[in-house]
Write a protein that binds this ligand. Structure first.
Ligand code: GUN
Ligand code: FE
Length: 420
């Protein structure tokens, strides 16, 4: 049993954030036992870890991040998706054939993820199995709950980053077998997006999904170019999401669609039917896509929503910065599109970066009884003349803070040595 004294803040729902001023959170076997205004009698002999004045929040979840793009952050940000992929991303990802290069970047990426308080992540890798297995090993060793995929791409891709169908399926199956028994870092299918995958490859992946019960993570109705290309390549399907549904990729585990910026009503219906999660990557979408997710609308339609950084289309793995960006972009969208696109609140965006992701990572993102104590202690960022409430403090952290303001981090109750 451990007790932590601090301000405690977390989301109960999309709209409701709860704050316990100067309270105690009790943690037993790595899980939240309860929150108390003061130390209850039953725990009076338990040592209190005193973080008075600071604020404890749930650790962040990044539901869409490209680990191999860590070295290309902040490059080619004046291009749009197709040109950015061809000029920067594909040549960079091709380097992951070299396991030493992969190890160096994946070590740095994994440490920075943890330093910035992301303890749950869905990571794109590259088509290379050996490098992808190293990334999984890294995340597993750090105890990061994660889904990682060996990327699949067999068509309309440069020759230096393209697989045959049989290569892609064999390597994916070997990757799943190698990683399926992990405790924290699990495999997921990651066809990059419909423009670079053939129907036969996706059918084969659907069979692997069924055989090993692994879910799907992909870029879904990401841009107008992507959607138009998909319609030409898959003319017998009415929309992007229907391709994955029809080919059997949406019944075998979590379904996570990155971006989901231009969905048709059919895309929305299908994603909802499968309990899928749409991932908003605010900064990345304006950097390389120039589209903004309809957050409020999708929430009203009952779609699970989460946040991703989408590094390297965004400049950092700081999920908290994406909370600020999500609010900012929703106001711009509302300004240009009016009441059909209402802006979102700080509470809404914070929810998406924490509890919203619990549709994928169960029992995370909140401090309700029984949740994993995956938590961050955030310093008091008040100015001398002006005290901040815990909620104002966390909002300021999201806009102005960085990893130096994370005083401590706990993964399933265990203090992590990359913080504090
Ligand atoms: N669509 C297909 N590949 C990518 C990628 O690497 N990044 C982003 N943002 N979109 C993609
Ligand atoms: Fe992406």
């Amino acid at each position: 049993m451990e007790l932590y004294k601090a301000n405690i803040l977390y989301s109960r729902s999309f709209d409701e954030m709860v704050v316990f001023n100067d309270s105690c959170i009790a943690v037993e076997d790595g899980k939240v036992e309860g929150i108390y205004e003061s130390v209850p009698d039953k725990f009076k002999n338990v040592k209190v870890n005193d973080y008075s004045g600071k604020t404890i929040i749930p650790a962040f979840s990044d539901l869409h991040v490209h680990a191999p793009q860590y070295e290309q952050r902040g490059m080619g940000m004046d291009l749009l998706l197709e040109d950015w992929l061809n000029t920067y991303t594909f040549p960079e990802e091709a380097k992951y054939k070299d396991i030493d290069y992969a190890k160096a970047v994946y070590d740095r990426f994994s440490d920075d993820l943890v330093k910035n308080g992301t303890f749950h992540a869905v990571c794109f890798a590259t088509i290379h199995r050996e490098a992808t297995e190293y990334l999984v090993k890294n995340l597993e060793e750090r105890g990061i709950r994660s889904f990682v995929g060996k990327v699949n791409m067999d068509t309309s891709s440069p020759s230096f980053l393209c697989e045959t169908i049989s290569e892609s399926l064999t390597e994916t199956e070997a990757f799943i077998e190698h990683t399926a028994c992990n405790r924290f870092s699990k495999p997921i299918l990651m066809p990059r997006f419909t423009p670079v995958c053939s129907q036969r490859l996706l059918e084969g992946l659907g069979k692997l999904g069924r055989k090993y019960h692994v879910g799907l993570h992909t870029h879904l109705v990401e841009s107008i170019w992507e959607e138009e290309t998909a319609r030409k390549l898959f003319p017998s399907f009415s929309c992007d999401t229907e391709v994955y549904e029809a080919l059997g990729l949406m019944d075998n585990g979590p379904v996570i669609g990155a971006h989901f910026i231009f969905p048709s009503e059919n895309d929305i219906r299908i994603l909802k039917k499968h309990g899928g999660c749409a991932v908003h990557c605010p900064e990345a979408t304006v950097n390389v896509i120039a589209g903004i997710m309809r957050v409020s609308y999708l929430h009203e339609r009952g779609i699970n929503l989460a946040i991703g950084t989408d590094v390297g289309a965004a400049p950092s793995v700081k999920v908290y910065r994406q909370i600020a960006e999500a609010v900012r972009l929703s106001k711009i969208k509302n300004f240009y599109e009016g009441e059909g696109s209402p802006s979102i609140s700080f509470e809404n965006a914070f929810y998406m970066a924490t509890k919203g992701a619990s549709s994928v990572f169960e029992n995370t993102g909140s401090f309700d009884k029984g949740c994993d104590f995956d938590a961050l202690v955030i310093d008091d960022l008040s100015d001398e003349q002006r005290r901040l409430t815990p909620q104002q403090n966390i909002e300021r952290f999201c806009y102005c803070g960085d990893e130096r303001d994370i005083c401590a981090g706990f993964i399933r109750g265990k203090k992590n040595n990359l913080q504090g």
